[in-house]
Design a protein around this ligand. Structure first.
Ligand code: EUG
Length: 602
């Protein structure tokens, strides 16, 4: 397909394509696609000597091993990655590389992709990888965008695309409010399934800002959504996991044959094993249970704006007691006006063509022209329950928020249908959306990568992180998009850096800025809750208490569970024995090279 054909082809939909858009979002997705391809100039590069062979195996042996894999799973279920790397876009994303790469696109690149169709076939792939000492990298949907997408950490890994053939909703239990899903079930697909069964008024899902991700993938990476069930990991119950040596386990009650509580009681008996399968490389999750939320009997979004950057600290201190006592009930977002303007979907060049970050007076003038009006911060929240219960909570919130001079409650009735507020409204009641994609158009060939530190819900901390982010973004000439996602007793600050992935200088500045952000934040006691492939070693290195005791423990687990080091080596900074001490870690000093110097011979 040529670039022009790709731009013109229609957006794939559910249920025909497991990773497709639900029909109710199709028009919106078409417009998003048109906008993205309008701003795209990046050419496709010629490729050399394919497939990329992972270190530790000779080219001929590798090709023979791939032929054997085809015998095992069928010719059509193994694809060599020997075509030009096509970036696509959110709804038609590649499974071969990071479509938003901050390095050369050939760094985090797969040699081949395999499509298992069952847990047994995942076991076969794992046994094959052990036999040939080939690194494999499992993905569910591959939409972990901003954190590496579908890309493997080790160049030439074989991507195990679980989602393409393992995308069934195995159960929706309308009495217990639970479901059981396979890796290829997106938030879009789960929502559609509830609608199909006429259950969407009865029970809600919890969706991230964008709904195209895998429920399993997002949850095991400890992603966040915006209803009271926003902590996805806390809301899961029960895993089925293929271990790196090929055995299958079920965790929690799943270990009891004929049990009837796998999705209802997450712990079972004995050590709670699930934790080691989140943000790790200790197993491949092939099934997961998830709790669903009962319809609370009403809901009501609200939005407040605050006029000054400096209002942040007071606002966060007001939020803390309200959030901990559950007057503020959901994972809300406190967003800076710069990101609000970017979410208009217009490129940055519409507002400013000079060097460095867009000046704040330009941003503020643009905000003044919007239906929301001029502001520095906006709080997007939702109250749940019947009207009289909401009224009680909303009155308390109103009284508290108005202590900030210049605070304004925005009347939703004044906002047009395509205003960003309504996207937050849908997401906070579990209706997945695609609106959030708009700010990616801020840069031509727009890509994004996140800095995501955790902080207490305290004004002084918010102020410190905001100042740190602003200073380092200014240093590198980058626009600063902070959004605080407020959990129960902590908040995730999400800073997405938007860059032109065809502009080497822009990418280098973004990466240098991120490395400074991680280091300086760690010095002040802030650590990331999740990170991109390129930053995993650095972030893991900040969790260094007691001479790196936690990483030593993780390495012991890794070596015990995966003695040949085949499963996602390097993921979350955990390197198997075969790779250690050979320069595989990526740091500021290692520059942009993702590979080390060989692996220990088999
Ligand atoms: C977002 C939220 C995240 C994250 C990355 C991006 C949304 C940006 C709360 O977690 O990790 C608008």
């Amino acid at each position: 397909m040529s670039f022009a054909e790709e731009a013109k082809s229609d957006v794939p939909t559910l249920p025909g394509t497991h990773s497709g858009i639900p029909p109710f979002l199709l028009e919106k997705a078409r417009r998003a696609k048109a906008g993205i391809f309008e701003g795209r100039t990046k050419p496709q590069k010629e490729r050399q000597r394919l497939p990329v062979v992972p270190q530790g195996i000779e080219r001929d042996d590798f090709l023979k091993a791939l032929a054997e894999l085809k015998e095992l799973l069928g010719d059509g279920n193994v694809e060599i990655n020997d075509k030009p790397l096509r970036d696509g876009w959110y709804m038609e994303h590649p499974n071969t590389h990071d479509m938003m790469t901050i390095l050369d696109e050939e760094e985090f690149v797969a040699s081949a992709v395999v499509y298992p169709g069952s847990t047994e076939e995942v076991q076969q792939v794992v046994l094959w990888a052990n036999k040939h000492r080939v690194p494999i990298f499992p993905i569910s949907m591959g939409r972990n965008l901003g954190y590496g997408g579908a890309a493997p950490r080790v160049r030439g890994s074989v991507t195990v695309d679980l989602g393409r053939r393992m995308n069934k909703i195995l159960d929706i239990n309308a009495e217990d409010y639970t479901c059981l899903v396979e890796p290829g079930v997106s938030f879009y697909a789960l929502y559609e399934a509830l609608k199909e069964r006429g259950l969407e008024e009865h029970m809600w899902i919890d969706t991230p800002d964008l709904g195209g991700g895998s429920v399993i993938g997002n949850t095991v990476d400890r992603g966040v959504g915006y209803t009271p069930y926003g902590d996805h990991w806390a809301c899961h119950s029960g895993l089925e996991v293929v271990l790196p040596t090929g055995e299958v386990i079920r965790t929690g009650m799943g270990a009891l044959p004929n049990n009837n509580t796998w999705q209802a009681f997450p712990y079972g008996f004995g050590p709670y094993s699930d934790g080691i399968f989140s943000q790790s490389n200790f197993g491949i999750v092939t099934k997961m249970g998830m709790t669903l939320m009962p319809n609370p009997g009403g809901y009501e979004s609200f939005m407040y704006t605050f006029p000054n950057d400096d209002d942040l600290a007071q606002l966060i201190d007001i939020i803390r007691p309200l959030r901990i006592s559950n007057i503020l009930e959901n994972v809300a977002q406190v967003r800076h006006v710069t990101q609000y303007i970017a979410a208009s979907g217009h490129p940055r060049s519409k507002f400013y063509t000079g060097p460095g970050p867009v000046p704040q007076d330009v941003i503020r003038a643009a905000a003044a022209e919007t239906p929301v009006g001029d502001h520095a911060w906006a709080y997007y929240g939702m109250a749940y329950g019947p009207a009289h219960i909401r009224a009680h909570k909303l009155a308390l919130i109103d009284r508290e928020f108005r202590r900030i001079p210049g605070a304004r409650r925005i009347d939703p009735a004044t906002l047009p249908a395509d205003e960003y507020f309504w996207s937050r409204d849908r997401v906070a009641r579990g209706v997945p959306d695609i609106h959030e994609l708009r700010w990616v158009n801020w840069a031509p060939n727009g890509a994004h990568i996140a800095f995501s530190p955790v902080s207490p819900i305290r004004g002084a901390d918010a102020r410190r992180l905001f100042a740190l982010g602003r200073r380092l973004h200014d240093k590198y000439g980058i626009d600063f998009f902070p959004a605080f996602c407020v959990g129960l007793r902590e908040m995730h600050l999400i800073v997405e850096i938007v860059f032109d992935r065809d502009d080497a200088a822009n990418k280098a500045a973004a990466l240098a800025c991120l490395r400074d952000l991680v280091d300086e934040a760690a010095r002040e006691g802030y650590g990331e809750y999740r990170t991109h492939l390129v930053l995993m070693d650095q972030v893991a290195g900040t969790y260094s208490w007691n001479d790196g005791a936690l990483m030593k423990f993780n390495e012991r687990l890794k070596d015990a569970l995966d003695p040949n080091g085949i499963l996602a080596p390097g993921r979350c900074g955990i390197w198997p024995r075969r790779y250690r001490g050979r320069g595989w870690e990526m740091t500021r000093e290692s520059g942009e090279r993702s590979e080390g110097n060989g692996v220990e011979p088999a």
